[in-house]
Design a protein around this ligand. Structure first.
Ligand SMILES: *Cc1c(COP(=O)(O)O)cnc(C)c1O
Length: 400
């Protein structure tokens, strides 16, 4: 079968809720993926930062196979021998006392929102069902009804109402707007430290610190969605750490299982996360032994291979090289660590055609929103590979 045959099959039998590049991948290793026709590509998306450790990391593969041969799912009706160590190792890695495991990122977000509401009623004593959560314009927190309820992207929400109430949305990067929006009923401020899907939008310096201070002063929880920015992507375990900020609740997912398995989690200290009591929240697959074993090894790889430091060094090198590209198409290059966005001029015809041109030359990147190309390769990338990619990127970014 050729590429076109796979695509035809997929388009006939699958829902058309994505518009992928026309490359059919059959194998991956480290920063490279291979298509069904034997072509090799540098992966500059990393499955939206879910494969920070690189494709099919041998250590995580081994953990997966070993655990898959023992037991994969017990449900939380019983205990399993992996989950306790997952909790402990995740706590040691992140500095949060406790965690709650789910599967997808959107589920972790839903869990964090429920937790914040419960905290508002039980601890802050907000009148029943009056809790408000402040969110930011341009946000991306997943695809559930509640998360799209506070999206500002018409495509994500227009045909999907009615929406979940209780959310207030203010401009991103504007701490004064948050201050103005806080009321006695505010449970939480919920933001991404860098908005990945919005086009790698980095807030003004000092923003996260100001939000932290506002939350502390007003007895409001600060929830950081680090599903994309966390787990070393930006050069630190969490992007909030660039401003020495510690959120009260953090959502993580994506790279938590190195791309092998959907594993997400909500992190918080005991006074907050202990508010959940048996039966209030759960998931059939959340915290299963296979997920826990895979996530444990994925975390160890982040640590042992010093991937935060690597993201910082390689990100700085990549950004340097990109900023030397002289092209009339480039409006701005921005990034932290290996989360880099190249914003193109509105007149350049959109980022898609540049991504298609990159694909033809062996680099897979994806447009995010109309005019931004995101470069976010696995964190195991080295200098040599960046040096290989740069002439191609330069050629594509300077095409007509
Ligand atoms: C990807 C992402 C999510 C949603 O994760 P899923 O696993 O796709 O549900 C939520 N928040 C952010 C910031 C993300 O990047």
């Amino acid at each position: 079968m050729k590429t076109a045959d796979y695509i035809k099959l997929e388009e006939q039998y699958g829902a058309h809720n994505y518009h992928p590049l026309d490359v059919v991948i059959e194998r991956g290793e480290g920063v490279w993926v291979y298509d069904v026709e034997g072509n090799k590509y540098l992966d500059c998306l990393s499955a939206y930062s879910a494969v920070n450790q690189g494709h099919v990391h041998p250590r995580v593969l081994k953990a997966l196979v070993e655990q898959a041969g023992k037991v994969t799912l017990t449900s939380r009706a019983f205990r399993n021998d992996q989950l306790p160590f997952f909790y402990k190792e995740l706590s040691e890695f992140t500095g949060y006392e406790m965690s709650l495991p789910m599967n997808s990122g959107a589920e972790a977000v839903e869990t964090a929102l429920k937790l914040a509401r419960k905290w508002a009623y039980q601890v802050k004593k907000v009148p029943k069902y009056k809790a408000e959560i402040i969110t930011a314009e341009g946000n991306f927190h997943g695809r559930t009804i509640s998360t799209i309820s506070f999206s500002t992207e018409p495509l994500y929400k227009d045909d999907f109402g009615p929406f979940t109430p209780g959310f207030i949305t203010v401009p991103y990067g504007d701490a004064a707007a948050i201050e103005k929006a806080i009321t006695p009923n505010t449970a939480a401020v919920f933001i991404e430290p860098i908005q990945g899907e919005a086009g790698v939008i980095i807030p003004p310096a000092g923003y996260l610190k100001k939000v932290r201070d506002l939350c502390t002063r007003n007895n409001v929880l600060f929830i950081a969605d680090e599903i994309q920015t966390g787990l070393c992507r930006t050069g630190k375990v969490f992007a909030c750490q660039h401003e020495d900020v510690r959120a009260d609740i953090v959502t993580i997912g994506k790279a938590l299982a190195g791309g092998f398995y959907p594993v997400s989690a909500v992190l918080a200290d005991a006074p907050i996360l202990s508010l959940f009591v048996p039966g209030e929240h759960g998931s059939t697959f959340g915290g299963n032994p296979l997920a826990a074993a895979v996530a444990r090894e994925s975390i160890k790889v982040l640590k042992d291979e010093k991937l935060a430091q690597r993201a910082e060094e390689m990100g700085a090198y990549f950004m340097d090289q990109l900023s030397e590209v002289n092209s009339p198409h480039i409006k701005q290059i921005r990034g932290k660590g290996l989360l880099i966005g190249v914003e193109l001029q509105p007149a350049s015809g959109g980022a898609r055609r540049f991504c298609e041109a990159l694909e033809k030359k062996g680099i897979l990147a994806k447009e995010t929103h109309q005019h931004v190309i995101r470069f976010a390769p696995p964190l195991v990338i080295d200098r040599e590979t960046i040096d290989w990619a740069m002439p191609i990127i330069r050629e594509v970014l300077t095409m007509q």
